[in-house]
Design a binder for this molecule. Structure first.
Ligand code: F6R
Length: 242
């Protein structure tokens, strides 16, 4: 695992460089997308490159990590809507080429299976962008998740719902209790994992990810087994590394 410690602006440029390399080198590039605060500066940098340098997403497919269950189609926090606003619309990425697990489906297990099939049919993910939760989750694989898990329904922990309440008028009761998430086994099949973390509140999770034993209690630690994993952190997030 490669760990880079740098100021946040530099981390965003490094991640954007890796994404641009995939976009330019593949006929049908496949990107894995995360929501949350961590990738926002990367999406800003990609939008800048699209506007100023013509970086094109037209041939790319995008697969989201996760989705809340039960939010109305037009809810601004539905991850499909979040991704459309934060990246897809800003870089001219055709909406039908960016998908996520269908948290509004009546048959959720079938939606999860269909999502796994659509990723496989696209040839798998070339580069997966990741954030990390303060409890060490990646996507919504909360502590205790099987390291071999696939896309499935999960219950969100109280901690994660509190962490995400800032997107729901600071009201934890508005945060959905369930989600659909790619499993750790699904994520591990991406050919390159790029995880971003900034801030002291991520320091324990980064310490466990980089230096802890691989354990389902810190799900991100499974990345230690990946052949090509890059961890991009600022000084604060790196502050507990030995
Ligand atoms: C979002 C996701 C989550 C976040 C994590 C960190 O699609 O999969 O795992 O990456 O909760 O969130 P932020 O970046 O908001 O600190």
């Amino acid at each position: 695992m490669e760990v880079v410690i740098a100021p946040a602006e530099e981390l965003a440029v490094l991640a954007a460089d890796a994404i641009e390399a995939v976009l330019r080198s593949r006929d049908e590039p496949v990107l894995g997308l995360a929501t949350g605060s961590s990738p926002l500066a990367v999406y800003d940098e990609l939008a800048r490159r699209h506007a100023e340098q013509g970086l094109s997403f037209e041939r790319a497919r995008g697969f989201m990590l996760d989705e809340y269950v039960g939010l109305a189609e037009d809810h601004p926090q539905r991850y499909r809507n979040v991704i459309a606003t934060e990246i897809a619309e800003r870089v001219g990425w055709p909406a039908e080429r960016v998908t996520g697990p269908d948290g509004a489906a009546t048959d959720l297990p079938a939606a999860c299976a269909a999502y796994e099939e659509s990723i496989a049919a696209a040839g798998g993910v070339d580069l997966q962008i990741l954030g990390i939760g303060t409890d060490g989750h990646i996507a919504f694989n909360e502590p205790g998740s099987s390291l071999a898990s696939r896309t499935r329904i999960k219950t969100l922990t109280r901690q994660t719902r509190e962490d995400n309440a800032r997107f729901f008028d600071d009201d934890v009761d508005q945060v959905p209790t369930h989600c659909l998430t790619q499993g750790l086994g699904t994520i591990m099949e991406a050919r390159h994992l790029v995880l971003l973390a900034t801030g002291r509140h991520k320091a324990e999770a980064i310490h466990q990810l980089v230096e802890g034993p691989v354990s389902a209690m810190w799900p991100a630690t499974v990345m230690q087994w990946h052949q090509h994993a890059t961890v991009l952190v600022d000084e604060a997030a790196a502050s507990r590394l030995q």
